[in-house]
Design a protein around this ligand. Sequence first.
Ligand code: AQP
Length: 325
Amino acid sequence: EPRVFSGIQPTGAPHLGNYLGALQSWVQLQNGYSSVLYSIVDLHSITVPQDPETLRQSILNMTACLLACGINPDRSCIFQQSQVAEHAELGWILNCLTSMPRLMHLPQWKIKSQKNEGSVGLFTYPVLQAADILLYKSTHVPVGDDQVQHLELTQDTARKFNNTYGDFFPIPVALMGTSKKIRSLRDPSVKMSKSDPQKLATVHLTDTPEDIVLKFRKAVTDFTSEVTYDPVLRPGVSNLVSIHSAMTGLGTEDIVRQSRGIETAQYKLLVAEMVVEKLTPIREEFQRLQGDVGYLKNVLNSGAQQARELASSVYDDVCKMVGFR
Ligand code: AQP
C-alpha cells in the first residue's frame, strides 16, 4: 500500500526554499495518495542548540504554517515526532546497522558540524530520518534537492535491515519536486536556510510584502545586468531564475527568453512581486491560525494518535525480528 512520509524541522518559520522544494508538493500529494504523513521533526531540531521556549513556539508556528499552505488534517496526518516514541526507538536499532564512514561523507554533516560543535545527534540524524520514514513502511518521500543523499541512506538502511533480519521494509523512493535547491539571497554559495543568521538571506512564508521586496532588492547578484541562467558563473541571478521557475512551472530557458531586455534590478522586483502574490494568502491564513492555539494543539494531538497506531504495529514486528520479543 503506497504511503507518503515527509518531515520538516521546527527551527523557525519555513522559507521559500522549504515551500518550493517541499511544501508545495506536500499539498498536491494529498490528492494522489490515500495515506500521507507529515511530521514536525522536533527530535531533529535539537541536533543543534535550541532555546526551549522558542522551540515550543516554533512547533505551533510550524503547525500553523503547514495548515496555511494547504495541508489538510482530514487528508494528511500532521504530527509532532517526539509524541511518537517509536521514532527514537527504531532510530536506535537502525544506528546499530549503520557504519560511521557511511555517515561521515554526508554533506549536511560536513556543513553543519563546521558551524556548531557537531553533536553525536547531528552526526547520526540521517539514521533517525531513515527511522522516521521506515517506521510507517513509507513508500514515497517528497524531498528537496538537498536531501537526496539522505534518502539514499534510508534505502541502504532498509536493505541492510531486510538482509539482516528478513524482508520487511519497502525500499522508499524519492518524489523530487521540480524545484532546484533555492539559495540564500545574500550568499548564493549556500542554500536558503531557516536558521541563517543573516536577516536578508531568507524569505520566510510569514514575511510582509515590504520585507519580501526589500530582501529581493538587496539580493546579491553581479555586475552584469542581463538575466541569464548559469548557476556556476552567475549563481545569484540564476537563483532568482530558479525561484521564478519553481513559482510558475516555466523552464529556465523560457524565463531567460521572456526576460530579454530586462535589467537584473528590475528583474529582482518582478520576482519579488510574484513571491508576494503567492505568499500573501499563506501569511494571512497563518496569522489567523496563530491566534487559535487550541485548534493547533488539537490537530497535533489527533495526528499523534493516528501516527502512534501505525508506528506501534510496525515497531512491534521489528522487535520480534530483532529478537527483543
Ligand atoms: N534551500 C532549499 N531549497 C529547496 N528545498 C529545501 N529544503 C530545505 N531547504 C531548501 C527542503 O525543505 C524540507 C524541510 O527541510 P527541514 O526543515 O527539515 O531541514 P533543512 O533542510 O535543514 O532546512 P533548513 O531550512 O535549512 O533548516 P535549518 O536552518 O534548521 O537547517 C526538506 O524536504 C528539504 O529538502
